[in-house]
Design a protein around this ligand. Structure first.
Ligand code: CP
Ligand code: NVA
Length: 332
């Protein structure tokens, strides 16, 4: 019997370090197969529903391409094109879709919604991002770190910026689980929820991870092997928070001056999309309004030799494929 078959993938807290390691190994194996053109149709004739209540490029494309490579059909329900939440409850949606599909991906708002979906669904449910957690992103990030440093354990990992939202939370959990040294570089009030920190401290005792919360940006970046950041205003947040975010987080922008504090071998990571220049509608509008050239990362670092952001983006597909192959196909 497979370790994972029929399981949900809602947050990394639900998985042991060995299980996370097994999913990363499977992702590396499937990535190698894809590169060599070796077929891996491990979910032949299955079907996957993709519910997106927020927009997406990487996550949607990763689920769609991964599902097709595995032999599955996919149905995409966009933020406006379904009855979910408006005319039909999450519990009813879960039971309807369970009768037609072999798995359900959900991207939306509260973590409680994806947890409720999973409670009522009789097929595996995959979290494609909530306000609190983005677990498939962490698998891609960790595959990338592993490819770069040959290991996860003891890697010094710094997250700069708003550490209270999905990326800060999930990276802290991932680092605690896999024995990395996690630092959040952020002002007070921008750290993860104290209860989640406490839970991660407990996990860290078992895995050898350490957690640090640092107000001084240079100190946060000091000797880091990975410097990671995310946008300062997340999907679903009101436009009105831009001014306060820029004021609070500007000192934590990842730029060449900050990267000089990191280890010489440091890599730069970002889940994307990133406001690194003015080449997007919102990026331009906000940069002009607040008199800036970029937001959370400048263009020099984003385009520079330490940046691995596009390798990281590609790894979204390979890692999501591993999760689908394990939970639906029974691989591992
Ligand atoms: N990183 C990420 O989840 O990107 P999308 O919002 O494009 O899916
Ligand atoms: N924190 C970001 C992550 C995007 C992948 C958001 O929720 O919009």
């Amino acid at each position: 019997m497979s370790l994972f078959k029929g399981k949900d993938f809602l947050k990394l807290l639900d998985f042991t370090p060995a299980e996370i390691g097994a999913l990363l190994d499977l992702a590396a194996e499937l990535k190698a197969k894809k590169k060599k053109g070796v077929p891996h149709r491990l979910c032949e004739a299955k079907n996957l529903a993709l519910i997106f209540e927020k927009t997406s490029t990487r996550t949607r494309c990763s689920f769609e391409v991964a599902a097709r490579d595995l032999g599955m059909g996919v149905t995409y329900l966009d933020p406006t094109g379904s009855q979910i939440g408006k005319k039909e409850s999450i519990a009813d949606t879960a039971r309807v879709l369970s009768g037609m599909f072999d798995g359900i991906e959900y991207r939306g708002f509260g973590q409680s919604i994806v947890e409720e979906l999973a409670e009522y669904a009789t097929v595996p449910v995959f979290n494609g991002l909530t306000d609190e957690f983005h677990p498939t992103q962490i698998l891609a990030d960790f595959l990338t770190v592993q490819e770069h440093f040959g290991k996860l354990k003891d890697v010094r990992f710094t997250y700069m910026g708003d550490a209270r939202f999905n990326m800060g939370n999930s990276l802290m959990v991932g680092c605690a689980k896999m024995g990395l040294h996690f630092t959040a570089g952020a002002p007070k009030g921008y750290y993860p929820d104290p209860a989640l920190i406490e839970r991660c401290e407990e996990i860290a005792k078992e895995t050898g991870a350490t957690l640090r919360f640092c107000e001084d940006p240079a100190e946060a970046a000091r000797d880091a092997q990975v410097v990671y950041t995310d946008i300062w205003v997340s999907m679903g947040e009101p436009d009105a928070v831009w001014a306060e975010r820029i004021e609070a987080l500007a000192p934590y922008q990842v730029n060449a001056a900050l990267m000089r504090h990191a280890a010489p071998e440091a890599i730069f990571m970002h889940c994307l999309p990133a406001y690194h220049d003015k080449n997007t509608t919102i990026g331009r509008e906000k940069c002009e309004k607040f008199g800036r050239e970029a937001m959370e990362v400048d263009n020099e670092v984003f385009e520079g030799p330490q940046s691995v952001v596009f390798q990281e983006a590609e790894n979204r597909m390979h890692t999501i494929k591993a999760v689908l192959a394990a939970m639906i196909g029974g691989a591992r």
